[in-house]
Design a protein around this ligand. Structure first.
Ligand SMILES: Cc1cc2nc3c(=O)[nH]c(=O)nc-3n(C[C@H](O)[C@H](O)[C@H](O)COP(=O)(O)O)c2cc1C
Length: 354
């Protein structure tokens, strides 16, 4: 029988109870040490109790200067590992698989939190709590600081940071690891000819621009056990003249599959703020069949907000969906979307409500 969005899926040794997952979403609510707070426990715990089969914790920095803001979570100190362990244990105890997205922000780092007066486009310079961003080339993202072009030494350091953060995620009890390779983060910057103008071995044609991103995946795998799956979030295309095409990205997906990546989590655009932002339901999931032809499992987020979108998405377009804003609006979105007898699916503690 063909799977539905509610069918379990097995990735390596991890069985996920359904294919409706919480999409990673920055909460900008870490404490001063970059560790999870009560907000994270309440926020992720309620989505786990709310029926998401997997809860992907927001983009978490592999090093202090690889975060977007100083309120991002990190996974580079013991204090952070202890906080993530509490979070992963809570998510598991509520029946969902705990996952975390690791991020290397590149030129998008060192900005303000969205609700600061100046918003996320506001650079925070060194000396005011910020730091110098690093990127493949010295091309800024919008009004943020001009990044320093990464040296080979910076590259080696970043790969070590990734390996350590992956090992820390494992120690904290996460069962699935996602690497952020989209939305204009460092991985995406290396891939896109619009952000990577290097003339050394990390720049040039797609094959060369792919070298450092593949190293990032290999580094991740050195810290993360073989029996646990890896997901990479990738743009389906840049939607920009001269940018990455879907054909480029299916080539990248195939190479990632051959490098031990289990699932490609599709996103689209977002290399620069001016990139078109599709809004129609399932806009990114519709790229799914092209990416599935590479043999790798495919998941997608993007305007999945109604229960019938799940039926349209799985299994025709993708193997799993990630739901973002709809689950911000309603932590119990998945339980409601499932539309079963509430006494079968809702927590027992709430049965008297029905
Ligand atoms: C508040 C907020 C924070 C986000 N933070 C992240 C993030 O940390 N990592 C990421 O890959 N995408 C992030 N995104 C993108 C979402 O994960 C998702 O891909 C996007 O919102 C599209 O899905 P949706 O239409 O279901 O919201 C964020 C989106 C929102 C609204």
């Amino acid at each position: 029988m063909a799977p539905t969005a509610w069918s379990a899926i097995r990735l390596r040794d991890v069985s996920i109870p359904n294919r409706v997952w919480l999409s990673p979403m920055c909460q900008y609510s870490a404490d001063a040490a970059g560790a999870p707070t009560g907000w994270h426990l309440a926020h992720y715990g309620s989505r786990a109790a709310g029926g998401a089969g997997m809860v992907v914790v927001e983009c978490t920095g592999v090093a202090p200067d690889m975060r977007t803001t100083d309120r991002d979570l990190g996974l580079y100190t013991e204090e952070q590992v202890a906080g993530h362990e509490r979070l992963a244990t809570l998510i598991s105890s509520l029946g969902a698989v705990p996952a975390v997205q690791l991020g290397v922000a590149g030129r998008k780092s060192s900005h303000g939190v969205p609700w600061s007066t100046a918003g996320t486009r506001h650079p925070v310079p060194p000396g005011e709590g910020g730091w110098q961003p690093l990127a493949p080339s010295a091309i800024p993202f919008a009004d943020l600081a001009v990044p320093a072009e990464m040296t080979t030494r910076d590259g080696t350091r970043i790969l070590e940071d990734i390996a350590r953060a992956a090992a820390n995620a494992h120690r904290a009890g996460y069962r699935v690891l996602e690497l952020h390779g989209a939305n204009g983060y460092l991985f995406h910057e290396f891939l896109s000819p619009l952000a990577n103008r290097r003339t050394d071995e990390w720049g040039g044609d797609l094959e060369r621009r792919l070298r450092f991103p593949l190293e990032m995946v290999r580094a991740l795998r050195t810290g993360w056990p073989e029996d646990k799956p890896v997901i990479v979030r990738l743009p389906a295309e840049d939607l920009l003249e001269g940018g990455l095409s879907t054909r480029d990205m299916t080539t990248v997906a195939a190479r990632l599959g051959a490098t031990g990546v289990d699932v490609i989590d599709l996103s689209v655009g977002a290399l620069v703020p001016e990139a078109p932002r599709p809004a129609e339901p399932l806009h990114t999931a519709r790229y799914g069949p092209q990416f599935r032809s590479t043999g790798v499992l495919v998941a997608a987020s993007g305007a999945i907000s109604e229960p019938h979108h799940l039926d349209e998405a799985v299994p025709e377009l993708v193997d799993a969906v990630l739901v973002g804003r709809a689950m911000l609006r309603d932590p119990y979105w998945a339980l409601r979307a499932r539309d079963r007898d509430p006494l079968e699916s809702w927590p027992r503690q709430y049965h008297r409500a029905f």
